[in-house]
Design a protein around this ligand. Structure first.
Ligand SMILES: O=C(O)C1=C[C@@H](OP(=O)(O)O)[C@@H](O)[C@H](O)C1
Ligand SMILES: C=C(OP(=O)(O)O)C(=O)O
Length: 425
């Protein structure tokens, strides 16, 4: 890609990855037919479709109507291992759900990255509920073997600081317990807005969960009710459009972004505003019109880990210091994203230092084109693309196809507003 001086046009934010996962998995647990409208056709969500099918759901994908029809409620023992590719959300949620198959075992595994992601806190939690689930390598990572079993117990303790997906996973399992179950968090919760997203959609499935002083109370003996559900736009994906819009002279409208969304990554709007970009937020869209000069800020990323690469790129072009903190869990994603941002953006001339929990970036305003490694990580491809469009000269992003994970038409969308990107095969 090459430096781009102007972006113009109207685009639609892709559907939410987090909501699509939860909608298809919840629908697979509901006895009857559900429709998921405007789902994310990204590889991660298709991993959830695959996993749910292997566990017994009948799912029809209708490209023309842009909807998925799910007939759920009857779990079966998978007749093969379940390969969930690159999707942490799928692995974490389905590990718990797989315990409800009628007999035998389910084996969940995925790509090189997924087989390094932490699972032990979830496996330990399931053990407290008398569910047997273990790492085949006995090192707390996938492949994970889950034995069919009845949930037994009414308290489960789990740490909240490694991944909120463990808690989402328990929340989706525990309605099947005969008794009410209390989830007690033994360390402060990180990525909390993802739990709010879980509670929001579980409420649509008629699943009742209360907040307690130390965690949550999941009522027992509940049934998932089928739903017709329209998936809203994704703020994490939109963050690349927002960042490009505020860094480059633009007049762009990003549709399908709802101001009242529960997604934590809606924070991208407040972040760019605090940096000095006076963008306009409407009920269901965001308008970026003009050219802004940005100032560095401090950002607590405890609840917004997926925005880190975007914020790192914004910081490179801002005046003064941008400090990202409270992001230890950002190292546990598709790759160590703190290290990757520091190593790769330095190749473009960025002044960026890695700390145990974040990054310190001193704005240099000008970056130079470079060849960047993206470690098969979709968020790095998209954030580095934004950096490349603002940098002098040519930037080469390796492994561009990783965008299929969460934003399959990213390159086309960027090109449609004027981004100077060429795919070389
Ligand atoms: O539940 C979810 O949909 C997600 C939770 C977050 O992970 P952690 O809870 O592991 O931080 C986030 O990084 C991921 O992209 C999606
Ligand atoms: C970390 C991510 O997703 P997951 O945990 O589902 O792999 C992500 O999309 O940035």
């Amino acid at each position: 890609m090459k430096k781009t001086n102007r972006l113009e046009g109207t685009v639609k934010a892709p559907p939410s990855k987090s909501y699509t996962h939860r909608a298809v998995i919840g629908a697979s647990l509901a006895d009857g037919e559900s429709r998921i409208i405007n789902p994310l056709w990204g590889a991660d969500c298709l991993s959830s479709v695959h996993g749910c099918r292997m566990l017994g759901a009948e799912i029809t994908l209708d490209k023309e109507k842009d909807e998925w029809v799910v007939k759920g409620g009857k779990l079966k023992t998978p007749d093969n291992i379940i390969d969930i590719g690159n999707s942490g959300t799928t692995l974490r949620i389905l590990t718990s759900i797989a315990s409800q198959i009628p007999k035998g075992y389910a084996i969940l595994t995925g790509d090189d990255s997924i087989r390094r992601r932490p699972m032990q806190p979830l496996l330990d939690a399931l053990k407290q509920l008398n569910i047997e689930a273990f790492s085949s390598k006995l090192d707390g990572t996938a492949p994970i073997i889950v034995k069919s079993g009845k949930i037994d117990g009414n308290v489960v303790k789990i740490r909240g600081d490694i991944s909120s997906q463990f808690i989402t996973s328990l929340m989706m399992l525990l309605p099947f317990n005969r008794e009410d179950t209390e989830i007690i968090l033994t360390s402060p919760l990180k990525s909390k807005p993802y739990i709010d997203v879980t509670l929001d959609i579980l409420n649509k499935f008629d699943i009742k969960i209360d907040k307690t002083e130390n965690g949550f109370l999941v009522y027992g003996n509940q049934k998932y009710k089928p739903i017709n559900y329209i998936v809203e736009g994704d703020y994490s994906s939109a963050s690349y459009l927002v960042a490009a819009g505020v860094l480059i002279n633009s007049n762009i409208t990003i549709e399908n972004l709802f101001a009242n969304s529960k997604q934590g990554d809606r924070a991208i709007i407040d972040i760019v505003k605090e940096m000095g970009a006076d963008i306009k937020v409407k009920k269901d869209k965001v308008v970026i019109d003009g050219e802004y000069s940005l100032e560095g800020i401090d950002v607590d990323v405890k609840d917004i880990p997926d925005l880190v690469p975007t914020i790192a790129v914004l910081g490179c072009f801002a005046e003064g210091k941008t400090e990202i903190y409270n992001g230890e869990h950002v190292r546990l994603k598709e790759c160590d994203r703190l290290r990757a941002c520091a190593v790769e953006l330095k190749k473009m001339g960025a002044d960026i230092k890695e700390k145990p929990d974040g990054l310190i970036i001193r704005g240099v305003k000008k970056l130079k084109g470079a060849k960047l490694n993206t470690y098969h990580d979709h968020r790095l491809v998209m954030a580095f693309t934004v950096a490349g469009l603002k940098a002098e000269g040519e930037t080469i992003i390796e492994g561009e196809d990783a965008v299929n994970i969460s934003f399959p038409n990213f390159v086309d969308v960027m090109k449609s507003i004027g981004a100077n990107i060429e795919i070389k095969r």
